[in-house]
Ligand binder design. Structure first.
Ligand SMILES: Cc1cc2nc3c(=O)[nH]c(=O)nc-3n(C[C@H](O)[C@H](O)[C@H](O)COP(=O)(O)OP(=O)(O)OC[C@H]3O[C@@H](n4cnc5c(N)ncnc54)[C@H](O)[C@@H]3O)c2cc1C
Length: 499
């Protein structure tokens, strides 16, 4: 992994940070597995995102938390933030590891159809009985298990209670002012304050100053929690810290489409699962492709926003034919659900020919036709000489290996044809509060701000704007959270763990 990260990070490789990450990572996992009782599955099939680099893993590096029943939280379950509607199926969480592939094979494989019907029946039962699905997966399962551990320790968890201001005495951060249901409460911290407010992806001013593409309202979509408005950054600055923007990418990028809701509001859905499927390509407003669509979502959007024709807002159309649509759907449009309303609302474009689709998308007919026919000519043999789609193991992991010569490549030749507009979006920040390798917030001269730590998306990423593989955000968040806690515990005893 060290070899891989050296190649990935190049001049941004910081020995001290990476050593902490590599030595504390396994300790953190051992701690959560053995002492807190949080079980993980190893994702053997998921390769690193740049699997041909020296040291890259072809599978077995990423961890998934095991699903859990919401009953472990008892009545506290109601405080667990519900899933974003568009990222769930009628509110039901779908495990990105095991179950997602069954949904895509619904109606085409007996095993998958039975699995999906079982999940939906159980979800229906939970809704009638509890008003909410009880089978928690992915991030919901991790947060539920972490919350259970805190509740067992008797630790109070305040929700809807933003911290607004740090309490600083004699140059040391000794607490924070927290607004709990309209009341300002001064909370004193005996060992330190850890900023973990999730970064600034919903702060239009900060993000548009840091992201390289236009990122004001309606130009960029963040899938992070709506309250991630940079409170941590503001508080760090008030105590002498600063936001490090000198990173390769200010955000962890994701192609995202904007889904209209019946009540006039809108939600959003990510396209990482269909961008690299066979029978799909992405084109700019010019009607031309710009990237291998089967690379990681982060690299795909990095290529988009670096392209001179990315336009404003930066974005692209993802296009597919009926064969691909009926297997994988397109964004929020699912092959097993009615799509009429999505077409009417302008979310999903549908046309009987590529030329008619071009007219609907406002793209020159001849250009889009040429793009598709050039692609199709080679796709019939499972090849993509223009961008090399389907040549790497990560692409294959997200592709469809059930038929054809290339899991990521198939011609678009069976009408009708479909398209959805994808924006540049993010799932978190890489730019963030500068810390040392102990997660202590530092000032511009490198000296630590006593008593103040930053972790998660608040902290400037150890990967400096690169996305080496699955877990590049949650992994460092958990490792440096663990490191900050160990540091505070050791400091209280007069020792320093990693100084
Ligand atoms: C759809 C999606 C899929 C993802 N998949 C992956 C993945 O597979 N692997 C991976 O590594 N990462 C993934 N991520 C990213 C990952 O979820 C985030 O990086 C991670 O949750 C960040 O943790 P955090 O604690 O820093 O912030 P968050 O989880 O965003 O939590 C921050 C919390 O702080 C609260 N807050 C804000 N301001 C204040 C304040 N002033 N006082 C108190 N609270 C405040 C917010 O409301 C929020 O609840 C994904 C993200 C999304 C959106």
């Amino acid at each position: 992994m060290e070899t891989y990260l050296k190649t990935e990070l190049g001049n941004d490789y910081n020995k001290e940070f990476i050593e902490t990450y590599l030595t504390q990572g396994p300790e953190m996992v051992d701690f959560f597995v053995n002492e807190i009782g949080i079980p993980f599955n190893v994702q053997y099939k998921m390769p690193d995102y740049h699997p041909t680099q020296p040291g890259a893993s072809q599978g077995g590096r990423s961890l998934h938390v095991k699903p859990v029943n919401g009953s472990i939280l008892g009545k506290e379950l109601r405080r667990l933030r519900p899933l974003m509607r568009e990222l769930s199926l009628f509110g039901m969480g779908v495990s990105s590891g095991s179950d997602l592939s069954h949904f895509y094979k619904f109606g085409r494989s007996v095993t998958s159809t039975i699995r999906v019907m079982t999940l939906l029946t159980k979800y229906g039962y939970d809704m009638v009985r509890h008003g909410r699905g009880q089978a928690l997966v992915n991030g919901n399962a991790l947060i539920a298990r972490l919350a259970r551990a805190l509740l067992d320790l008797g630790t109070p968890i305040w929700t809807s209670s933003p911290a607004n201001e740090l309490i600083i005495e004699n140059g040391r951060v000794v607490g924070a002012v927290v607004n709990s249901y309209g009341r300002n409460i001064r909370v004193r911290a005996s060992r330190g304050v850890v900023l973990a407010s999730g970064g600034f992806a919903h702060n239009l001013e900060r993000r548009s100053a840091v992201y390289r593409h236009p990122a004001l309202a309606d130009e960029h979509i963040s899938l992070t929690a709506p309250g991630n408005v940079g409170d941590g950054a503001r508080m760090a600055e008030s105590a002498g810290g600063y936001v490090d923007v000198d990173v390769k990418n200010g955000g962890a990028w994701m192609p995202v489409s904007r889904v209209p809701r019946p009540d006039g509001t809108w939600g959003a859905i990510l396209h990482s699962v269909n961008q690299g499927k066979p029978g799909m390509i992405a084109v700019l407003r010019t009607g031309k492709r710009f990237s291998d669509e089967s690379i990681s979502y982060h690299d795909f959007i990095e290529n988009l926003i670096a392209h001179p024709d990315a336009g404003r807002p930066a974005g692209a159309f993802i296009i597919c034919d009926h064969r691909a649509f009926s297997k994988y759907g397109l964004g929020y449009a699912k092959p097993f659900l009615p799509i009429g309303k999505l077409v009417e609302s302008g979310y999903l474009y549908r046309a009987k020919s590529i030329e008619d689709l071009a007219d609907q998308l406002g793209i020159d007919r001849a250009t889009l036709s040429k793009t598709v026919s050039d692609y199709n000519r080679h796709a019939a043999n499972g090849e993509d000489p223009e961008f090399g789609k389907g040549e790497n193991a990560y692409g294959h992991y997200l592709g469809d290996g059930s038929g054809g010569t290339n899991p990521n490549v198939a011609p678009l030749d069976e009408g009708p044809y479909y398209a959805v507009w994808m924006y540049a979006g993010d799932i978190g920040n890489f730019a963030g509060i500068r810390t040392d390798a102990n997660a202590r917030v530092v000032s511009k001269d490198g000296s630590p701000v006593p008593g103040l730590f930053a972790v998660g998306n608040d902290m400037a990423s150890v990967f400096r704007g690169r996305y080496p593989g699955g877990g590049s955000l949650i992994g460092p968040a958990m490792i440096f959270g663990f490191v900050a806690s160990k540091y505070m515990a050791a400091e209280a005893k007069g020792a320093k763990p990693f100084a």
